[in-house]
Design a protein around this ligand. Structure first.
Ligand SMILES: Nc1nc2c(ncn2[C@@H]2O[C@H](COP(=O)(O)OP(=O)(O)OP(=O)(O)O)[C@@H](O)[C@H]2O)c(=O)[nH]1
Length: 389
């Protein structure tokens, strides 16, 4: 098989340029976090494209452009790729200036060797070695992963960057130990050919994997938005119903039934009217905090309506459910005042139900809990009532 090496460099430039254009064109249509990462990857690809183009045209442009600027742009491209991955992980942009410092240092060193000594072997060693810290920073960032840990696709990206770092290292060692390149044999030297092919594979495969990682982050973000109540951060009605129905169906097979609690804040309209809507929102969040503090890890809670919450306690009998409900009612009552000057004590009423028979589904449980809640309200509020009692 014969590969035309300058064409490989040309293809690298074209492929990076297409990725850069695609990223810039579509970035604005995505949520902020993802679009920032896309723009950064677009900048990275643009820098790599320009760097590869300068190297491709090395026989027709001044050496300063192809050697110094071309290689500096390639380091810049990898530096920006590092920042794009950090951005995808939701990390702050605090490392931008370190990347800039490194890029300027590379520019100075490449320029220095160019001006002082036109030794192509020394330049190749420098170009290979100065890329390594940036590549290893990328690997470190991928290894650390985002907020939810490392994604499998990031594992593959690690392999790609480590392989390229290895090739760069071998290239440096090979050139140091007996390289005798001349300018004219640059594209013909097997080690340089190998390194250029590795560059092409790295920039194209990493972009493909980065796009897959973007897709995963985006899916997770959309899932989060679709299932979460924006104010309180707990499940929204739709997500809660789906999870609770699944748990109830599971319990019908195992015979270990769950209990359901319907919780409603008392006189919440009055709190809103007296203290304002913002305080009302703060009270809602504080009540959710108290509810979560009173539950076990396997229990789950959703916002059913404005100031109404639904809770499912898996594998919990009626006595335990009553105990949990009472604990929950007390912890809400003991909440510190949200707005000390105007706040009255916040209380909740709770309806509790366990399945009457093995076929009680989600709707039947919900209706029973709701009826018990109505009785708690009717009975004077700030109390727990068991359905069917
Ligand atoms: N601050 C705030 N208020 C909300 C929100 N959602 C619903 N509400 C308010 O919650 C209040 C519910 O009032 P009601 O249904 O009359 O119930 P209540 O005043 O709690 O009375 P009882 O339930 O009978 O004790 C209404 O004033 C709604 O505007 C929200 O997200 N934030």
């Amino acid at each position: 098989m014969h590969l035309d090496i300058p064409s490989v460099m040309f293809l690298s430039a074209v492929s990076c340029l297409s990725i850069a254009v695609a990223m810039f064109v579509v970035a604005g249509h995505y949520p902020v976090g993802v679009s920032q990462a896309m723009r950064r990857w677009g900048e990275a690809s643009a820098a790599l494209a320009l760097g590869a183009a300068f190297i491709f045209f090395r026989t027709s442009v001044p050496d300063f452009l192809s050697v110094v600027l071309g290689n500096t742009l390639i380091v810049t491209g990898f530096g920006l790729a590092y920042l794009a991955i950090r951005s995808l992980h939701g990390r702050p942009a605090t490392h931008d200036r370190w990347v800039l410092v490194w890029v300027l240092l590379c520019f100075a060193l490449y320029g220095g060797t160019f001006v002082s000594d036109d030794d192509i072997n020394l330049r190749i060693v420098l170009v290979s070695v100065l890329k390594l810290p940036v590549l290893l920073m990328i690997v470190r960032e991928l290894w650390a992963g985002g907020g939810n840990g490392r994604r499998p696709i990031e594992g593959l990206l690690i392999v790609v960057y480590l392989a390229y770092a290895l090739v760069s290292g071998v290239r440096a060692v090979d050139t140091m130990s007996g390289g005798d390149l001349s300018h004219s044999s640059f594209f013909g030297d097997p080690m340089q050919q190998f390194s250029i092919i590795a560059f092409f594979l790295t920039v194209s495969v990493s972009s493909l994997f980065f796009m897959l990682a973007l897709g995963e982050v985006l899916t997770a973000e959309l899932y989060q938005r679709a299932t979460t109540d924006a104010l309180t951060g707990i499940y929204n009605r739709h997500a809660f119903e789906e999870l609770a129905s699944r748990e109830i169906a599971r319990s019908q097979r195992t015979g270990r039934y769950p209990s359901m609690l319907m919780v409603d804040i008392d006189h919440f309209k009055r709190i809103n009217d007296r203290c304002g809507h913002a305080t009302g929102d703060a009270v809602l969040c504080a009540v959710v905090g108290a509810i979560q503090g009173a539950l076990r890890q396997q229990d789950f809670v959703g916002r059913w309506g404005g100031e109404e919450f639904c809770i499912l306690l898996p594998e919990t009998g009626r006595l335990d459910a009553l105990m949990v409900a009472e604990r929950l009612r007390t912890s809400v009552m003991e909440l510190p005042a949200v707005d000390a000057s105007k706040m009255e004590t916040v209380t909740v009423s709770i309806g509790v139900t366990c399945p009457y028979d093995r076929d009680s589904g989600f709707s039947a449980m919900l209706a029973a809990a709701d009826e018990a809640l109505y009785k708690a309200k009717f009975g004077g509020r700030n109390r727990v009532v068991m359905a069917g009692v």
